[in-house]
Design a protein around this ligand. Structure first.
Ligand code: BGC
Length: 352
């Protein structure tokens, strides 16, 4: 069995574009611990108690900044912005201007462009070893987006084994934004095989079907009698190879589910029988993007194990993909004087 520990701080002491990077750790009274870094305002590790009384690291990642810089997969644990998920052809209109973004995913702009927010060193402030605030000011025109955007992301570890992530942003000109966290979880422990045996539940009746470029076609559709129905918990394995164009286009699950739940009710959960760990996700965001790590390919992670296809899954709470090009989707426009705020809560517990 792998013994999981938090990475050591030295691996995270680095300089990127004249800014120092760090590792920050938070611990709670229940024995849980998380590690964060200001490089991408990301979650590096989450050591969670399992049913055998061991602490296991359920978040995929690396033990050094170098690891993150070299990884094929750029988004491990990161705060993704300005616009997470895809914008078709990297183009959108806002107030009669057309904006063009970098294309970094075929014909699409994915996760805010080439550098996005995930490759920036954020400023940080640690309060009472319980809470970390990260700050980043994105200049007007960065990656093609209008307006100077002041963004903050805070991570709190509660004594109830919850990681609470709060996003806040303001702008000096009309703009669009969509912020999420991109942690890959494996509730058997990072690097410990794939997640196909995890039981997933998603409390949503509708999802957004996509085209072959992974852009929503238009209207939400019912998940009833499709491989996308997770209202009753089922393993990822159960239907992932079903004959379905939707699964083919994305190489697995990589789809947006509509969230009609209040933040007090979990929109989704994942459970591993092996570890007994249950992860529940609560959010104020109108959707959750369920991604089964279909494109993970051979990075060597913290445990020295390879992260292969399906080696982790993401529950990315966010607005709908390509919203700027779909006026009928919930608005992603932020104007001067407005404050964008959203919240994601990952709650861990043991179910025997
Ligand atoms: C997207 C995937 C993409 C991955 C990259 C996910 O949020 O939905 O399609 O390959 O991020 O890390």
């Amino acid at each position: 069995m792998t013994t999981y520990k938090l990475p050591i701080v030295q691996g995270f002491e680095h300089k990127i574009n004249h800014k120092n990077t760090h590792l920050i750790t938070l611990k709670n009274r229940a024995g849980m611990a998380i590690a964060l870094t200001d490089y991408g305002a990301r979650l590096v590790s989450a050591l969670v108690p399992d049913k055998h009384g061991n602490l296991i690291d359920v978040v995929l990642g690396f033990d050094s900044i170098e690891g993150y810089l070299q990884a094929k997969e750029q988004y491990h644990g990161a705060t993704v912005g300005r616009f997470c998920n895809r914008i078709a052809k990297g183009k959108f209109h806002l107030e009669s201007n057309e904006y063009s973004l970098a294309l970094n995913n075929g014909n699409n702009c994915l996760h805010g462009g080439i550098e996005g927010f995930h490759r920036k060193v954020w400023d940080r402030q640690v309060s009472f070893k319980k809470l970390v605030d990260f700050y980043y000011v994105s200049p007007d025109g960065e990656e093609g987006f209008p307006g100077e955007l002041k963004t903050s992301v805070s991570y709190e570890l509660t004594n109830e084994n919850e990681i609470i992530i709060k996003f806040r942003a303001t702008t000096d000109a009309p703009t669009v934004l969509n912020l999420t966290n991109h942690a890959y979880f494996n509730l058997n422990g990072e690097g410990n095989g794939d997640v196909l045996n995890h039981l997933i539940q998603i409390n949503a009746d509708e999802f957004l079907p996509i085209d072959e470029n992974q852009i929503p076609i238009g209207k939400p559709e019912s998940i009833e009698e499709t491989a996308f129905d997770f209202r009753q918990a089922k393993t990822i394995a159960q239907d992932i190879n079903a004959q379905d164009d939707q699964l083919e286009y994305a190489n697995g699950y990589d789809h947006c589910y509509l969230n009609k739940q209040p933040i007090s009710q979990a929109i989704a959960s994942a459970y591993s029988k092996e570890s007994g760990i249950l992860l529940e996700v609560f959010t104020s965001e109108p959707s959750i993007h369920f991604y089964t790590g279909n494109f993970l390919a051979d990075d060597v992670g913290k445990s020295g194990h390879r992260y292969l296809r399906y080696g982790g899954f993401c529950f990315e709470a966010q607005h709908y993909p390509d919203s700027p090009n779909h006026p009928d989707f919930p608005s992603v426009v932020l104007r001067p004087g407005e404050v964008f705020q959203s919240e994601i809560r990952y709650k861990f517990s043991i179910q025997k």
